[in-house]
Design a protein. Structure first.
Length: 176
């Protein structure tokens, strides 16, 4: 069920607008909340693996994935080192573990990135927040929340957003 819910939400996010090669998807996930618990503590790595496997199968390799850690690591993000260097992102010196970073981030770092590095901040183009873990600080202006058909993955509430450019110029301006 978790795989199907994740696939549905990812599909809705990608179909909500056009995406281009090089865009960044920010994902954060509380496995404890997916399990239906209110407190954040270490969760079942198999649930994390199910969500990460689904991400890998649905998301194009042309989209940069950024996985947010929990507040114990100041919500730092895991990205590929080459991406971080090309974008001149500020690295931080930590490695996520289930007790500090979260089960989802720890597994992503260990098994789903080829050359992972943590960075302090990013401005993503779209995002999925599984368990209401607060990804807004890592989305570029202007995030537009999506109305999802499926708003739950397991016991976790999910919100998703795509970002659009700022509309400037007032009543006489023309937009694409």
């Amino acid at each position: 069920m978790v795989r199907e819910q994740t696939r549905s939400i990812l599909t809705q996010l990608l179909e909500a607008g056009t995406w281009r090669k090089g865009m960044t998807l920010v994902v954060s996930c509380s496995i404890g909340r997916v399990e239906g618990r209110r407190e954040d503590s270490t969760g079942d790595p198999e649930l994390a693996r199910a969500i990460l496997d689904t991400l890998r199968s649905v998301i194009s390799p042309d989209i940069n994935l950024a996985v947010q850690c929990c507040e114990h690591l100041n919500r730092a993000l895991i990205v590929e080192r080459e991406f971080a260097e090309n974008c001149r992102l500020e690295p931080v010196t930590a490695v996520p573990v289930p007790e500090a970073g979260g089960t989802f981030a720890a597994l992503a770092y260990k098994e789903y990135f080829s050359d992972p590095v943590l960075v302090s901040a990013i401005q993503g183009d779209m995002g999925i927040d599984i368990g209401l873990t607060m990804i807004g600080m890592h989305l570029r202006p202007v995030p537009k929340p999506l109305l999802l058909d499926t708003e739950m993955i397991g016991g976790a509430r999910v919100v998703a957003a795509r970002c659009r450019p700022r509309l400037i110029g007032g009543a006489r301006a023309h937009y694409e």
